[in-house]
Design a protein around this ligand. Sequence first.
Ligand code: HMG
Length: 423
Amino acid sequence: MNEATAALGIEAISVYVPRHYLDLRDLAEVNGVDPRKYNDGLGCLRMAIPSPYEDPVTMGWEAAAALLENYRVDREGIGLLAVGTESGVDAAKPVAAYLHGLLDLSRSCRTFDTKHACYSATAALRHALGWCSLPANRGRQALVVATDIARYPVGSPGEPTQGAGAVAMLVSDRPHCLQLEPYPEAVYAEQVMDFWRPNYSAEAMVDGRVSVDSYLRALEYTWRQYAGNSGLGLDDYDHLLFHAPFAKMVHKAYRRVCQLQAGAGTEPGAAQFERHCLPAVWACQELGNLYSGSLYVLLAALLERLQERASGARLGLFSYGSGCCAEFFSARVGPRAVHWRGKIGLEAGLLRRQRLDYQTYLDFRAAATAFNRDGSYWQAVAGWGNGQPVSFLGIRSHQRVYATATRQPAQALEYSARARVVK
Ligand code: HMG
């Protein structure tokens, strides 16, 4: 193993789970679809719904602030903040700039966003690892945040695969959570029109079949490439984490690598899938597609679910971003599970969330659209008060307004209202 890259990876990880969700059976009923199509055919059970007072900035803040707090991270030690997102709130100003301010990070910090659909967080992670490996940055930490809202048109085939949430990762030369293995990289890029979101649209556009085929083509290419680079085969991995736009996609991906390993026509057994994929894939069933955070929420799910049993496990990770760019890599879970117990926040976030009825889901969408227009500030502020520690309060003079528990616009304090939830 190369000395310069021997001990780099993820030191700490934290997840933000939105406070509301929609049950896919409720969506199926309204859409006139057999619920088994959503639950079994796509593998989706529930999807996270952000409130109109949330956006990629507030969600990223929730994940990152919890990480700084729970792992007692010294803000001054963070010299790089990279945000992977495909639902950025401004064409020029990065989400990272807002987060840098809201998190009170050091002025001596490089901030930027990365974009390549769901691959963006892996691009940010790769940049952070390279930065940490520079002799001048040894001992310093980089903060990588993946934050997105997956939104498709109402009634479209993509709608049941929506989701939202954020993952924050501290990257350093103390890889307590995950140490990347230093084999030559296995990447794939191809210009393909499978999924995109024009600047004038809040909703993604997708050619579903093309996207599934493109995902599997990229997986096949990078799997073969990585197997050649590393000599690792299916049995060398304890667990496999595949980018998860919907849980059934993970089944399709697993089936494909089993066939690459054992020949076309191979069907993986249930026990094999359970061992390799099940400890992580449940997070996708609960949250839906997190876009940039999708792969990394699976990592968090695996660490939370397996605790000490994950220590030392070898993981294979597949990151796919439409458009497309993809990568397969491997890593070892760190040996000290005690570092993340009770600190990741995934299961705790799922326990505290509330179920929305379908009409409120539509109301949230409509309010989010309205709040993202200039002049929405007074309208947004009038309904504020969902108990969030940080809120997006609309736009005033073309500037987004945020309030945190310690920085509230005076007027916002005068109002409060509760989200309508299913009791
Ligand atoms: P669809 O056309 O509505 O669904 O959209 P379908 O008709 O293909 O059915 C889906 C599955 O349900 C099928 O199973 C059916 O047989 C089954 P499969 O053949 O695939 O195994 N089914 C049923 N099962 C049980 N009981 C029933 C029943 N009826 C049908 N009664 C599609 C599906 C995924 C295309 C759609 O949801 C979509 O467009 N999603 C968004 C795009 C997407 O997620 N693509 C995935 C790969 S691209 C990617 O991952 C990148 C992405 O994350 C973006 C980024 O990079 O930023 C999306």
